[in-house]
Write a protein of this length. Structure first.
Length: 95
């Protein structure tokens, strides 16, 4: 998982009772994420790399790293598909 992500500029979200309520302004709709997906979105918002997200979640949840890595990859793909997150530009290559 070499690519880092950022929350898309048209997205607004709030964490409420361990779920995320995501407002997709361009699409004009709302998406509700479960606890783990909400935490992944929160970690994206904190500018963590996917590997850092996995490390953080291994500490928080009682699951093995392989399972968490697969879940993070799946959630990141789903959030990208929903246009909630997008690849972040590398600070080393500002183009």
């Amino acid at each position: 998982m070499p690519v880092s992500f950022k929350v898309a500029s048209s997205i607004r979200y709030r964490i409420i009772d361990d779920e995320a309520v995501v407002v997709r302004q361009r699409e004009g709709d709302v998406v509700v994420l479960n606890q783990v997906a909400a935490r992944v979105l929160e970690l994206v918002g904190a500018n963590l790399s996917p590997d850092e997200m996995v490390a953080a979640l291994v500490e928080e949840y009682e699951a093995d790293e392989e399972t968490i890595r697969a879940d993070v990859e799946r959630f990141l793909a789903e959030l990208q598909e929903l246009r909630v997150i997008e690849p972040a530009r590398s600070s080393r290559n500002p183009r």
